[in-house]
Design a protein around this ligand. Sequence first.
Ligand code: SF4
Length: 196
Amino acid sequence: MRIVISHSDEKTALSELEAHPAWPSRSCAATDPLGEPLVDPDIFYRPSKALAAKRVCTGCPVRIACRAYALGGSGWWEAYGVWGGMTSEERRAERRAAKKRQARVANRGDRPTPVPNWTPSTTQRALLDALRKQPDVREAASLLAIPYPNTRWVYSQVCRQLGFYPDELSVPDVLEAAARATAARSADNSGLGATA
Ligand code: SF4
């Protein structure tokens, strides 16, 4: 997980998330035809309702961006409530795990070299699609009905071709990196240049 401390206040960090094009259609803001909220916002802050809140996050169009924000990707991290499908305890654990991953990686020598203009193969694309539904390599392997070691190998290739060690990033961060690489390639191909 890339943790960049660039903002000191919550408002600035949140405004980056709110700039996401899918923010208005986020699942926790869904309303009925009369404009009444379909989801009680309290469930995101009640530990006994955490499972229900996590279910709302599943399939939310901004889940990955929301999770990255709540984990501190923009310099502010959320200490309370369910964000991006994670409870505050899960976010704390993930931040600790991310620090350990970064320390492990820092002790290694050369980094994998990213493939310029990276384009996922058909198998890699199928895996990335499965990981968007199930952000866990083992579960994605079951979804694809492919043995786990083969799926793990494909995942490892994706990470290395993007310039990361497979154990350096969490699955949602790999998905974000893949999306960034694809967007940069599309911008290059259209002659607009990378804007990420
Ligand atoms: S991921 Fe969850 S908390 Fe974040 S915007 Fe979507 S529904 Fe709301």
